[in-house]
Write a protein that binds this ligand. Structure first.
Ligand code: GMT
Length: 373
């Protein structure tokens, strides 16, 4: 198949999934064309069967707002015609589903459109009255719509039309990259042998509740020797830094900033903390699980579909930092329980979230949309 992929190419789970899916499909012999405003950050160097087409938006002085959606549609149509694409798979509904619809109008009905919903395209923007109707239209015009969790599927159907057909296809993890690694030398840079290492990885937006991470860690380190690694950057970064200072935790917290190879940092951690207010899936919890790291987090959105409470981690009510800290201490103090959660997690990744299993599901969907057997 010849497939066009559009996603947000910078850091973020939807871009990660789109890029990794494109790479794996290319490995299976499909021709994959990324149509994005920048090189997807996980794409790396030259890869067989993968093409990159930049979307360059006109900066004409009359425009107060550059017409990205239209330029994207036009580029999608151009690439689809030139390379005879079979379908466009767009990740994140806004504006990609609508741009793909326009491209299809320009190219012809044979060009199919698959839209994957990732999270805030529904849970935040779907509630925005200025975008609600156009998101609904984009989904309706797609030949297939997928959601990355049962929770997101349900929320979408509640918010839009109960009869909107949505296939739940979980996110996945490539175990060639995400697996427990023996990187003791790296761990030794951050903790002494008797200390536990907690990790939080996010884009430090308010929705990730990074202040809760610090509050949970503060309670943990009062009970057991521990340190915290913070990976990522974002708008809340400075205020998190201030909170760390005010709690006198600066000696125990390492701010690592944005990192490309997060798997190595996950591999050295004992526990991931994920207290988000919204999380349609929680890719970071899956990646941690694949690296042998249990999660303590909030029982919201799609997180309970990834982290099984009492088996691969613990989930508490949103904002309940006391319970999150107590659960974390429980896991960290009990080596047998920690090991059991690690093993349960690795097994769960194998059973449910293996890359080849999920790529099979997307491939089957494409075939169905294209009317192939
Ligand atoms: O929806 C967003 O906020 C952005 C998006 C992204 O690009 O990272 O995150 C969503 O998609 C990820 C990949 O499917 C999920 O793992 C995240 O849970 C989801 N974020 C939210 O729902 C807040």
């Amino acid at each position: 198949m010849k497939i066009g992929f559009t996603c947000y190419p910078t850091h973020g789970g939807s871009g990660v999934i789109a890029t990794e899916l494109g790479k794996l499909l290319a490995e299976r012999g499909h021709e994959i064309h990324f149509i994005t405003y920048d090189m997807p950050f996980r794409l790396g160097g030259f890869k067989q069967n993968i093409f990159y087409h930049e979307v360059e938006v006109s900066r004409y002085s009359l425009f107060k707002y550059p017409p990205y959606d239209l330029t994207l549609a036009s580029r999608m149509a151009q690439v689809a015609k030139l390379y005879e694409l079979d379908l466009l798979h767009v990740h994140y509904a806004v504006p990609h589903a609508v741009s793909a619809f326009l491209a299809k109008q320009m190219v012809g009905d044979h060009l199919k459109v698959v839209t994957t919903l990732h999270g805030t395209d529904i849970t935040v923007l779907g509630e925005d009255p200025t975008l609600h109707n156009i998101i609904c239209f984009g989904m309706k015009q797609s030949d297939a719509v997928t959601a990355v969790s049962e929770s997101l599927k349900k929320q979408t159907q509640e918010l839009f039309r109960a009869d909107q057909e949505i296939e739940r296809i979980y996110n996945f993890v490539d175990q060639r990259t995400y697996h427990p690694r023996n990187v003791r030398y790296l761990r030794d840079n951050y903790v002494c042998p008797d200390e536990k290492l907690i990790i939080h990885i996010s884009n430090f937006r308010a929705v990730k509740r990074p202040h809760d991470v610090i509050k949970v860690f503060d309670k943990i380190q009062k009970q057991i020797p521990a340190r915290l690694l913070l990976v990522g950057q974002g708008p809340e970064w400075s205020s998190v830094h201030e909170l760390v200072q005010s709690l006198h935790l600066h000696d125990k917290v390492n701010f690592l900033g944005r990192q490309d190879d997060v798997a190595q940092f996950m591999s050295i951690a004992d526990l991931l903390v994920l207290p988000s207010a919204k999380e349609s899936f929680g890719l970071v919890a899956l990646e941690a699980m694949a690296c042998g790291v249990p999660t303590v987090g909030a029982n919201i959105g799609g997180i309970p579909e990834v982290v099984i409470h009492g088996e691969t981690g613990y989930l508490a009510e949103l904002g309940d930092v006391d319970n999150m800290a107590n659960d974390a201490i429980k896991i960290l103090k009990d080596d047998a329980m920690h090991q059991l959660f690690v093993q349960n997690g690795l097994h769960r990744v194998d059973q449910e979230f293996r890359a080849d299993r999920i790529v099979d599901q997307y491939e089957a969907l494409y075939k169905r949309v294209l009317g192939e057997k």
